[in-house]
Design a protein. Structure first.
Length: 588
């Protein structure tokens, strides 16, 4: 579905926008085993759409896809050519490993670019073990240029950014301006004498026919400027330009200046308005101590048509006043001018997120439409946090994406079993239990190699892993005896037993936290595992753990890599995970 912006005169903007989705048939994709076959494209690992490939060149296209269904893909699943151009590829390539629901896999095909210049597409589909095709397709899309003779080199330029005059800049009729673009030499030729940026189309706006390109070797980034004059008629105007080599051949891509000329004949309506530009100090969510004083400074733009003078003020409008004044004077500013405005505030005493909302007001007492706000996260460094609230989830399921061994995902759930609770990852689990002073770890079935390990301390089963109540920055010493056992029969493994002294500390507690996957959670505690250095806590962080209320462990960072939450389900939305059983296990 494609959409286009239009101005008040119903004139279309030059660029459109679109949303593209894939609608599945109900029940589609069955594999004959009761599961559902569904693939989700994640990213192009190699050869992004539109990549320039020379005629006849060999290349490998690799896609990263996720098993979005309920069936497990085996090595009998294949990726088959289905449409468009085969590009000398095979009929099919098999999966190289088993892929469980939710996991991510990479799959590749070796192809050869056609010799005909232009756009070429090769379309492929996954097929299950019964030979039934998935609904979703993958494709390799390349652009083949005209063959370059040995005596020729390719000249090309790519737009990077507008240095001056962004698209849609408002101009007065006849106003002179300089348009500057930042570009990269993406070709094979070095720009020198005879390389120019030439007027190519639309309105020349009083500019010369061409300007010299700055000297640039392949890969260099430079700026190019053209002096222009805005037309006298009101409306949107465009001036298009293309680079050209000394032989008169234009480069493929163009640059343009796009401006809007004001209708000066129309009387200007007096409008008071303010637009937020940036936080100069105290970004949203800044951690503060209770009662901490701070200066909140916003950079704002006078987006109205009046000039701010005496009597224009910023006033407290809503939420927590944070001991700020009733109002502060707005700095003088003409329409379009950006200024900084500051308010002296004090963080509230209570922990949590607090907001203070402010509005601009004109001398007649009328408030502007838009508001500004300060948002701080108050954390008492001397306060104590019950870590059980963070470590013990409520039974909901969620997925952690990990980036080691080629990447993949784990489905995780906290399961409560009376005195004990378990962090379950698919079938493997970590055992916890607690009292008023400590949260203990007992047995962990996830180290791999058909092994488990159990923690002991002072001759008792289980070792305090964290204090039940912790303050930020105060380390907790741990001295567990770690015993590795055979998963099948519980027998100790020779040479894999010893006491490991480390420390763990509460680094931070966030009222709201956004992870690298874009997933946002409330009430997140961050724990750091540090080494023991001469009986004291070291400064190097060996591993870092993120726990969220109602979830449990939602992210982990260490030498191996990191895992991060990227999906969540409501409690009871999915059947519980099944913990693997150990016939010899009895909490002793």
């Amino acid at each position: 579905t494609t959409w286009m912006m239009r101005n008040a005169a119903n004139d279309p903007f030059p660029q459109d926008m679109y949303a593209e989705i894939n609608v599945e048939s109900a029940g589609n994709g069955g594999n004959g085993t009761g599961g559902t076959d569904l693939a989700r494209f994640v990213s192009d690992v190699t050869i992004e759409d539109g990549t320039l490939i020379q005629p006849g060149a060999r290349f490998t296209k690799t896609w990263r896809i996720r098993n979005g269904g309920t069936s497990t893909w085996t090595t009998q699943y294949t990726l088959k050519f289905t449409a468009d151009k085969r590009m000398s590829g095979p009929d099919a390539v098999p999966l190289t490993k088993t892929v469980r629901p939710g996991e991510v896999v990479e799959i590749s095909v070796d192809l050869t670019a056609p010799t005909t210049p232009g756009r070429h597409v090769s379309t492929w589909k996954l097929h299950n073990a019964q030979g039934k095709a998935f609904d979703y397709h993958l494709y390799a899309e390349i652009q083949v240029p005209e063959a370059i003779l040995p005596s020729q080199t390719r000249s090309e330029m790519r737009y990077l950014a507008d240095v001056t005059i962004p698209d849609g800049q408002l101009m007065q009729p006849g106003e002179k301006f300089v348009k500057t673009w930042k570009v990269r030499n993406t070709g094979e030729s070095t720009w020198g004498a005879g390389y120019v940026l030439a007027f190519f189309g639309d309105k020349q706006m009083g500019a010369p026919d061409a300007v010299q390109l700055p000297p640039a070797a392949p890969g260099d980034e430079v700026t190019i400027s053209v002096a222009l004059t805005a037309p006298t008629e009101a409306g949107v105007h465009k001036s298009s330009w293309k680079a050209r080599d000394p032989q008169g051949k234009f480069f493929e891509f163009d640059l343009f200046a796009l401006i809007e000329v004001e209708d000066v004949e129309q009387p200007t309506q007096l409008v008071d308005e303010i637009m937020y530009v940036a936080d100069v100090t105290i970004p949203d969510g800044k951690v503060m101590q209770p009662g901490q004083r701070f200066i909140k400074t916003w950079r704002v733009q006078n987006s109205g048509t009046t000039t701010w003078t005496t009597g224009y003020a910023l006033v407290h409008a809503a939420d927590d006043k944070m001991k700020g004044p009733d109002s502060v004077q707005l700095p003088p500013a003409k329409p379009g001018e950006a200024v900084d405005v500051s308010v002296s505030l004090t963080a509230p005493a209570a922990n949590g997120l607090h907001r203070s909302t402010w509005k601009a007001r004109n001398p007649q007492g009328k408030a502007f439409n838009y508001h500004l706000f300060a948002l701080v996260d108050v954390v008492d460094p001397n306060g104590k946090y019950d870590m059980l609230d963070y470590l013990k989830g409520d039974g909901r399921m969620y997925d952690l994406h990990f980036d080691w061994h080629g990447g993949g995902s784990q489905r995780v759930q906290t399961q409560d079993d009376g005195k004990y609770f378990y962090h379950v990852k698919w079938q493997e689990w970590e055992e916890f239990f607690y009292d008023e002073n400590f949260i203990y770890r007992g047995t962990d079935t996830s180290p791999g190699n058909n092994e488990v390990y159990t923690l002991y301390e002072n001759g008792q089963y289980g070792s305090p892993w964290v204090a039940r109540y912790m303050s930020i920055g105060v380390p907790f010493k741990r001295s567990p005896l770690v015993v590795f056992r055979n998963k099948n029969n519980g027998s100790e493994i020779a040479g894999k037993k010893g006491t490991h002294v480390t420390w763990i500390k509460l680094e931070a507690v966030h009222s709201s936290f956004t992870f690298s996957t874009g997933f946002k959670l409330n009430n997140v505690a961050v724990l750091a595992w540090v080494p023991d250095i001469g009986g004291k806590a070291g400064t190097e962080v060996l591993e870092r753990y993120y726990y969220a209320k109602n979830y449990g462990l939602v992210a982990w960072e260490g030498e191996l890599g990191k895992s991060t939450i990227n999906n969540s389900f409501a409690p009871g939305e999915l059947p519980n995970l099944t913990r693997e059983t150990l016939s010899w296990f009895n909490h002793t």
